[in-house]
Design a protein around this ligand. Structure first.
Ligand code: PMP
Length: 357
């Protein structure tokens, strides 16, 4: 007998990509270079490992379910009331919780496509109907088409800024116009997983919109803050929205280690800024080098670059792997490459050159 939902068969897996250890073994190399998941390459921030080790001495107890100290620290840093903050097991879990707090089966979730690959999975598994609005030719969100896609059934819109995987970012005037056009009973979620890498002053900080009643901002500590392995993200929304999310969250899913690690990381904001500046300088160097091989590489405001290689994407991914570099190809569309250390980026650029010349 069939025990699971038939509609899940057609759903893609969330693919974290090839394991670096497996690839290194296959190629007989000491290690492979992983530029596939948009992590920052500099190791945990000072003090994080110690704070986590200290916290896990108490793991026979549950963590603080209210996440009080961390929500207060986030509230202080981002200058919002802690009532407006919810934390979760990565911002991907919070995106799922937001869909569950807004959408009943059949309700519509609007987002740009291509964007973060978790969005269609989240929609499908929570019973919402995905409404995918194609990216514009320059690979960014088509916000006017997204506003037009809103119907009576639309409950939530995801705006990914900067967009994963294309790196494109929406500017303030455009976002202002969009938010003014969206009905006020539709929640607009601005997913800012890569906010810390934004350098264009015209790209607005989503938190400057968080006083609008129908805006929620999603942030993660997985990228700039270096805590991908601890699984911790947060959102800022109106108190009623944040409270609803705290209701649907899996109990205790912000672990003791995540709470302690995040508190320690937040004390290292200067170091985070320094590391982000290194990533940004490398991002711009890699983009320039790639444009000699692929002219239409979009300008990235994140810690990765997008190669719109179309049908050549999978072959390009395989060619990089054969040289020990793991990137993220999206079949028929393009390849996303995370910015690593200068040495890692040089190895990738050499692989790209040999694959494309
Ligand atoms: N949003 C976007 C746009 C992302 O790219 C990612 C990670 N790939 C996430 C959310 C989720 O990150 P996490 O669950 O690690 O916080």
């Amino acid at each position: 007998p069939r025990l699971t939902r038939a509609d899940l068969d057609a759903l893609p897996n969330y693919v974290p990509g090839r394991s670096p250890a497996d690839l290194a073994r296959e190629l007989g190399l000491p290690e492979a270079i992983k530029l596939a998941s948009n992590e920052v390459p500099y190791g945990p921030l000072p003090g994080v490992v110690e704070a986590v080790a200290e916290a896990v001495a108490g793991v026979h107890r549950y963590p603080d379910m209210g996440v009080v100290a961390l929500r207060q620290a986030l509230a202080d840093r981002y200058d919002v009331d802690p009532d407006r903050i919810a934390t979760g097991c990565g911002s991907v879990a919070l995106a799922e919780h937001l869909v569950r707090t807004t959408c009943l089966p059949g309700d519509e979730l609007v987002y740009s496509w291509r964007s973060f690959e978790a969005y269609p999975i989240i929609a499908a598994t929570s019973g919402a109907t995905s409404v995918q609005v194609p990216n514009e030719a320059a690979h960014g969100h088509d916000l006017s088409a997204m506003a037009t896609a809103v119907t009576d059934r639309t409950r939530m819109i995801l705006v990914c800024n900067p967009n994963n995987p294309t790196g494109t970012a929406i500017r303030r005037a455009e976002l202002d116009r969009f938010l003014d056009a969206v009905p006020d009973d539709v929640l607009v979620v601005i997913d800012e997983a890569y906010r810390e890498f934004v350098t264009d002053p015209e790209v607005p900080d989503g938190l400057t919109y968080a006083d609008r009643p129908n805006v929620a901002v999603l942030r993660t500590l997985s990228k700039a803050w270096g805590l991908a392995g601890l699984r911790i993200g947060f959102l800022v929304a109106q108190p009623l929205v944040a409270a609803a999310v705290r209701k649907v969250v899996t109990p205790f899913s912000t672990s003791m280690a995540a709470q302690a690690g995040a508190l320690a990381a937040l004390a290292q904001a200067d170091e985070v800024q320094r590391r982000c500046a290194l990533v940004v300088a490398e991002r711009d160097r890699v983009t320039e080098a790639l444009r000699k091989l692929v002219p239409d590489v979009p300008t990235s405001q994140a810690n990765f670059v997008w190669l719109p290689l179309g049908d050549r994407s999978l072959a390009f991914g395989r060619a990089c792997e054969s040289r020990g570099v793991i990137v993220r190809p999206f079949s028929g569309d393009g390849v996303r490459v995370t910015v690593g250390t200068p040495e890692e980026n040089d190895a990738f650029l050499a692989a790209a050159e040999s694959a494309l010349r």
